[in-house]
Design a protein around this ligand. Structure first.
Ligand SMILES: Nc1ncnc2c1ncn2[C@@H]1O[C@H](COP(=O)(O)OP(=O)(O)OP(=O)(O)O)[C@@H](O)[C@H]1O
Ligand SMILES: [Mg+2]
Length: 302
């Protein structure tokens, strides 16, 4: 096992709600570790406890029980914070700042000199695909930014201190397909630069494309953590075969235990053309449902 960048030990968080102070257990003792230089995905349905876990790691809220270490220091630690970049789930920006001013402010908070702030802001705006917009309307206040543009500036501000650890709470939220791809590429670049990335998401394809390892949280409990292919094995629902004869198209579904070879052989023998063969797998939501229904952990720690 390599160096641990994040380790949580039985991390628990309860909230008291309403006049009867009803106890809500947002996290019920979660333990896992993130190693140096990996992209780690935090998965779970809405309300699972992902944001709570991230806030605990960032020292924004305090655990009811248990503890966490980040970059070798017990949370919270100011020295560690200087080496972390963080994108909150619902980032709040000063409405009247332009995005260059926001990056400059963040750079000041990290003690960067003016030249370095300008250099990094320029490079980051380029990196998150905002430099063209900034060139066209440099003074546009952030309150006039679209959701996707705000998400991009949120990611840029998380990188201003050239952090060793980047923590992103749903970085793809509000991004169009091109934006998502750009952010995926950026995360891969960060790993190539030796950095560690922890992010939360609901999007299975992003997880499959990006993550070295994941943790699945359902209902405040860890259902498992480990390599993606060991943990996420979405079931094959059926294979969709699109056949064409003349200008007629037909679609047939072959069950997982069906004889796909025979279907294709018969179709070709009948003079049809095979247009596509697509395995249809269950979604991350189906997988979560299965996890919730199973009720027990099927995967061990690694
Ligand atoms: N400040 C709070 N006060 C009371 N309950 C809270 C608070 N913050 C979170 N919770 C509760 O804790 C649980 C976990 O919430 P959390 O925001 O961590 O989920 P999540 O996995 O990030 O969900 P999503 O995918 O919707 O972002 C929820 O039941 C939520 O209502
Ligand atoms: Mg959340």
């Amino acid at each position: 096992m390599g160096d641990l960048v994040i380790s949580s030990d039985n991390l628990q968080k309860s909230f008291r709600l309403g006049i009867f102070r009803k106890r809500v257990e947002a996290l019920a003792g979660v333990s896992f570790a993130v190693e140096k230089n990996e992209i780690f995905g935090l998965l779970g349905p809405n309300g699972a406890g992902k944001t709570t876990f991230i806030k605990l790691l960032m020292g924004l809220i305090f655990p009811t029980a248990g503890s966490a270490r980040v970059l070798g220091r017990p949370v919270p630690d100011l020295g560690a914070k200087q080496r972390i970049g963080f994108l909150p789930e619902n980032p709040y920006f000063y409405d009247y700042l332009s995005c260059e001013e926001l990056l400059d402010l963040m750079g000041r908070l990290f003690g960067l000199d003016a030249r370095e702030r300008r250099r990094r802001a320029g490079a980051l705006l380029e990196r998150v695909g905002l430099s063209r917009i900034v060139k066209e309307s440099a003074n546009l206040p952030l309150r006039k930014y679209s959701k996707g543009m705000l998400q991009r500036i949120g990611i840029a501000q998380a990188l201003i201190n050239d952090p060793e650890l980047v923590v992103l709470d749903e970085p793809m939220s509000g991004l169009d397909p091109i934006g998502r791809r750009e952010i995926r590429d950026l995360m891969v670049d960060l790993r190539r630069e030796g950095k560690t990335v922890l992010f939360s998401t609901h999007i299975l394809s992003d997880v499959e494309l990006l993550c070295d390892r994941v943790a699945i949280i359902v209902d405040g409990k860890l259902r498992g953590s480990g390599p993606v292919d060991k943990l996420l094995s979405p079931r094959l629902l059926h294979t969709e075969v699109v056949l064409a004869s003349g200008d007629r198209t037909e679609i047939c579904e072959v069950a997982p235990d069906g004889d796909l070879d025979a279907v294709l052989r018969d179709a070709l023998a009948a003079g049809k053309h095979v247009r596509s063969v697509t395995p249809r797998r269950e979604s991350l939501e189906d997988l979560f449902m299965r996890e919730v229904e199973a009720g027990t952990s099927r995967v061990s720690q690694s």
